[in-house]
Write a protein that binds this ligand. Structure first.
Ligand SMILES: Cc1cc2nc3c(=O)[nH]c(=O)nc-3n(C[C@H](O)[C@H](O)[C@H](O)COP(=O)(O)OP(=O)(O)OC[C@H]3O[C@@H](n4cnc5c(N)ncnc54)[C@H](O)[C@@H]3O)c2cc1C
Length: 444
């Protein structure tokens, strides 16, 4: 396991597609389109789960997906040769995560992370002194220690406030780990929301978590390359519009990320109710970001699966998974405002930054081993607009409020509405299923 962050848990740190069906054009939807029971917007884990549940209950469902693939923020990228999970990688809290059973049903292996390789911490490219490492570990532990004693009945506060009395030197160190778990600065994270996130064992999917999620959509009526730009829920049916046309259904489940909703990429008419807009105001997207380097040649004595953490500047914390499972690949993780800046700067800058840091840490010849890079910059991705939802201090009721049915025929679901399962694929799946169940209760 990645000792650098495992100690914090996502409360354990999170850092750690094929198209399922031919895309039918909307023009091929029969004219009596109101015959469709439900339109699901988005074919990530939540959308697939909602559609599968509705289909199993005998409802007619169409899933409209903006991308040319399914899986959303669960995406196994093979563009560099060796495949890696560019988005979700861990089946968190495996004890109750629905993906353990889904994988079993599909005959896909899940396993504890092979790990090994050890952990090394660096400050500005130099190995960190043992005393500094110990201080750092202790600072990390303060978050959970304080959350254990936080009075949940008292007013909500940010994690930064919770740790403020650690002082200007230790507090940034204590909170820096959150950049790799929540992908956000501690001043913008609700302590109460963080406190209720589920914890447990992690598993990985050796053939790719993204591939697994994409496979789970088999058999659904999935229509790819269909970004929804308008939803009219004011009439007797819900009219969902893409550039191909308008599809009318009795009800609609919207599973796009909150970043997409907040950017108003989908125009709702009537406008979303005030309660839903308030809920959206209390949520925003974190920016956990991966940089993948395809490497060849010398491995500088570093064992496969080793974890190298550069933490000279807490705000620019970056962790590298070296040659995971022996693959010719190195994956860097960063989060928060630093990751946002890097995403804006683009793939060349990201590649250069990761390469130069590693050259400092393990030797200048590392540069020669880098052959290509991939930069899944979720922050600038128009169909994600960030890594996963973060609840702002004082807004810990936002997730429940966002999940409330709208007008008896419209529901918003996804990782953001997953309560203690928020920010995860498992949570998105549970939220998708819950939305489908709620809709069936509403529409009997
Ligand atoms: C770098 C990173 C690491 C992560 N690590 C983990 C991890 O280890 N474990 C874990 O459990 N989770 C992890 N997550 C979080 C996890 O990926 C998400 O919580 C989960 O995949 C969200 O599922 P969803 O269905 O709610 O949303 P999404 O997967 O985002 O699905 C929404 C879908 O809507 C589509 N869409 C967007 N706009 C439109 C539109 N206008 N019209 C139609 N479709 C649209 C999107 O393309 C997408 O397919 C990670 C995420 C990132 C980015």
């Amino acid at each position: 396991m990645n000792a650098g962050y495992v100690s914090i848990d996502r409360r354990k740190l999170l850092t750690r597609g094929s198209a399922m069906a031919a895309a039918l054009s909307l023009a091929r939807v029969p004219a009596r389109a109101a015959d469709i029971d439900v339109v699901v917007v988005g074919a990530g884990a939540a959308g697939i789960a909602a559609a599968q549940a509705l289909k199993a209950a005998g409802r007619g469902v169409v899933v409209l997906e903006a991308r040319s693939r399914t899986g959303g923020r669960a995406f196994t990228d093979a563009s560099l040769g060796p495949a890696y999970d560019a988005g979700a990688m861990y089946i968190h809290w495996a004890e109750r995560n629905p993906w353990v059973a889904i994988a079993r049903e599909l005959g896909i292996e899940t396993a504890p992370e092979s790990g090994g390789g050890g952990f090394r911490a660096f400050a500005d490219g130099r190995p960190m002194a043992a005393a500094d490492r110990a201080r750092r570990r202790d600072a990390f532990r303060q978050i959970d220690r304080r959350l254990e004693t936080l009075d949940i009945g008292a007013r909500d506060m940010s994690i930064a406030e919770l740790l403020g009395d650690l002082g200007p030197e230790m507090a940034p160190i204590a909170t820096s780990g959150l950049l790799l778990s929540i992908g956000e600065e501690s001043s913008r994270i609700s302590a109460r929301d963080y406190q209720r996130l589920w914890s447990g064992d992690d598993l990985v999917v050796p053939s790719g978590y993204g591939n697994l999620v994409a496979r789970s959509g088999a058999g659904l009526d999935l229509r790819l390359n269909e970004p929804v730009d308008a939803i009219d829920w004011g009439g007797s049916a819900v009219a969902v519009t893409t550039r191909s046309g308008t599809l009318r259904a009795k009800a609609c489940i919207v599973t796009v990320p909150v970043g997409v909703l907040k950017a108003e990429a989908i125009r709702f008419s009537p406008a979303l109710p005030a309660a839903t807009r308030d809920a959206l105001d209390g949520l925003h997207m974190g920016a956990l970001t991966k940089i993948a380097l395809k490497v060849e040649g010398d491995r500088f004595g570093i064992s496969p699966g080793a974890s190298l953490l550069e933490s000279g500047k807490p705000e620019g914390l970056i962790n590298f998974d070296m040659y995971p499972d022996g693959k010719d690949i190195v994956i860097g993780y960063c989060g928060g405002d630093f990751a946002r800046q890097l995403s804006q700067a683009g793939p060349d800058e990201a590649r250069a930054h990761a390469t130069e840091l590693l050259a400092k840490m393990i030797g200048g010849d590392f540069r020669k081993t880098v052959k290509a890079a991939a930069f899944p910059a979720w922050w600038t991705d128009p169909f994600a607009r960030g890594s996963y939802s973060v609840c702002a201090p004082g807004h810990d009721a936002a997730r429940e409020a966002l999940a409330l049915p709208i007008g008896g025929r419209l529901l918003i679901a996804g990782e953001a509405t997953a309560g203690g399962g928020a920010m995860t694929v498992g949570g998105a799946t549970l939220a998708g299923r819950a939305a489908a169940a709620a809709l069936m209760r509403l529409k009997a």
